[in-house]
Design a protein around this ligand. Structure first.
Ligand code: IPM
Ligand code: MG
Length: 362
C-alpha cells in the first residue's frame, strides 16, 4: 500500500537540505519502485509567518495522517523576540508531544573517511558507532509547573520541573533494550541519581526492565561522567539511554565526535513505529540560502525512515552506500572539508546531493 510521507522543511537551511533529500526520494520512486506519496506542510517560523502558529492545525492534520515525517530544521533570529508559545522551537516540541514520539534515536557513527574532520585524535574515534536513545516527550522539557514568577520581595524566579513517571521510564527503557539486542548488547543508562530523586527512580525502573533482557549488559553512569567519558573514550559505549535534557546535550557532544554535526540523522518514534526523521543539527540561519549546508544528515534521515517506519531496509542500505561512496570520492561540504587534505573537493549543498543521486543510479 502507498505510504504517506509528510515533508516539513521548516526554516533556515531546512529548505535547501530537504530539497536534496527529495531528490533522493524521487530517485527511489522512479528507479527502485518505492511506493510513497508526498505531502508538504509548514512548521516552525515558516508556519508562524503563514498561519501565526509554529504547529498550525493544518500541519497537525497532515502529521496525524502520515506514515512518516521528514523534517528539516526550525528556528531563526527573526523569531527570538516572539512570545515563547509561538516560537519555532515550540512547533517542534508540539509535534513531538502531539504524536507521542517518545523514543528519539540518535546514532553517532564515524564515517572512516571523516576521521580527520573530528576534533579528537583519529585513533580515539576510528570505528565509532554509538546509539543514543533520548526520551523525547517528558522530563524537564514538558514538566509542570513551569514559568517565571515574581516573589514577594519583587525578585523574579524562573522554574521548571523535572518529572518522570514509571510508565514513561519503562517505555523508553524497552526501546533502548530492544535496540541494544540488535547491536552489541550493551546499554548504559545515564542519570544523576546521586542528586535527583527522579533519576533515582529512573535508575530503579531501568534495572527492573533490564531483568527482561538478561542478554544485555546494563550499566549506569552519572551524566557529568558520561559527558567526560564521551570525549575521553567514546568507543566504550554501545547504546546509551537517558532523559530528554541530558540526551539533548550528550547527543550534540556525540555528534561532534564524528567530525560534524552536519552528518547525523535521527528518528523519533511512537509506540507503533510511526516516526519523524530529522537531522540533529539546527536551522543554521547564518549559512541559510548560501547553498553550502551539508544535506547528508537529512539524506541519511530518509534512510532511517526507510528502515524504521517503511520496512525497506534494502533501500535504506542503498542510501547509506551512496553516501559512503560520495565521501570516498572525496566530495566534502564546508563543514567536513579539511583544508589541504589530499583528494578532496569542496562542493555545494546541491552538488553533493546530485552526487548521492548519481551514485544511487550507478
Ligand atoms: C534538538 C534541538 C531541540 C531540542 C530544540 C530545537 C528545541 O536542540 O532536537 O536536539 O532541544 O530538543
Ligand atoms: Mg539539541
Amino acid at each position: 500500500m502507498t505510504k504517506k510521507i509528510l515533508i516539513l522543511a521548516g526554516d533556515g537551511i531546512g529548505k535547501e537540505i530537504v530539497a536534496e533529500a527529495l531528490k533522493v526520494i524521487d530517485t527511489l520512486k522512479t528507479d527502485f519502485a518505492l511506493d510513497v506519496e508526498l505531502t508538504h506542510g509548514e512548521i516552525g517560523g515558516a508556519a508562524y509567518d503563514a498561519d501565526g502558529h509554529p504547529y498550525p492545525p493544518a500541519t497537525q492534520a497532515l502529521a496525524k495522517e502520515a506514515d512518516a515525517i521528514l523534517l528539516g530544521a526550525v528556528g531563526g533570529y527573526q523569531y527570538d523576540d516572539l512570545p515563547r508559545d509561538v516560537r519555532p522551537e515550540r512547533g517542534l516540541l508540539g509535534i513531538r508531544a502531539d504524536l507521542e514520539l517518545f523514543s528519539n534515536l540518535r546514532p553517532a557513527i564515524l564515517n572512516e573517511e571523516l576521521a580527520d574532520a573530528s576534533s579528537l585524535k583519529p585513533e580515539i574515534v576510528a570505528g565509532l558507532d554509538i546509539m543514543i536513545v533520548r526520551e523525547l516527550t517528558g522530563g524537564i522539557y514538558f514538566g509542570e509547573p513551569r514559568g517565571i514568577r515574581t516573589l514577594e520581595n519583587g525578585e523574579k524566579q524562573g522554574y521548571n520541573t523535572l518529572v518522570y513517571k514509571e510508565s514513561e521510564i519503562e517505555r523508553i527503557a524497552h526501546s533502548a533494550f530492544k535496540i541494544a539486542m540488535q547491536r552489541d548488547k550493551r546499554l548504559c543508562s545515564v542519570g544523576k541519581a546521586n542528586v535527583l530523586e527522579v533519576m533515582e527512580l529512573w535508575h530503579d525502573v531501568v534495572e527492573r526492565v533490564g531483568k527482561e533482557y538478561p542478554e544485555v549488559e546494563l550499566s549506569h553512569m552519572y551524566v557529568d561522567n558520561a559527558a567526560m567519558q564521551l570525549v575521553k573514550e567514546p568507543k566504550q559505549f554501545d547504546v546509551m539511554v537517558t532523559g530528554n535534557m541530558f540526551g539533548d546535550i550528550l547527543s550534540d557532544a556525540a555528534a561532534m565526535l564524528t567530525g560534524s554535526i552536519g552528518m547525523l540523522p535521527s528518528a523519533s518514534l511512537d509506540k507503533n513505529g510511526k516516526g519523524m526523521y530529522e537531522p540533529i543539527h539546527g536551522s543554521a540561519p547564518d549559512i541559510a540560502g548560501k547553498n553550502i549546508a551539508n544535506p547528508l544528515a537529512t539524506i541519511t534521515s530518509v534512510s532511517m525512515m526507510l528502515r524504521y517506519s517503511l520496512d525497506q531496509a534494502d533501500l535504506a542500505q542503498k542510501i547509506d552506500d551512496a553516501v559512503e561512496s560520495v565521501l570516498k570520492q572525496g566530495l566534502r561540504t564546508a563543514d567536513i572539508y579539511v583544508e589541504g587534505q589530499k583528494s578532496t573537493t569542496l562542493v555545494s549543498t546541491s552538488e553533493i546531493g546530485d552526487a548521492v543521486v548519481a551514485s544511487l543510479k550507478a
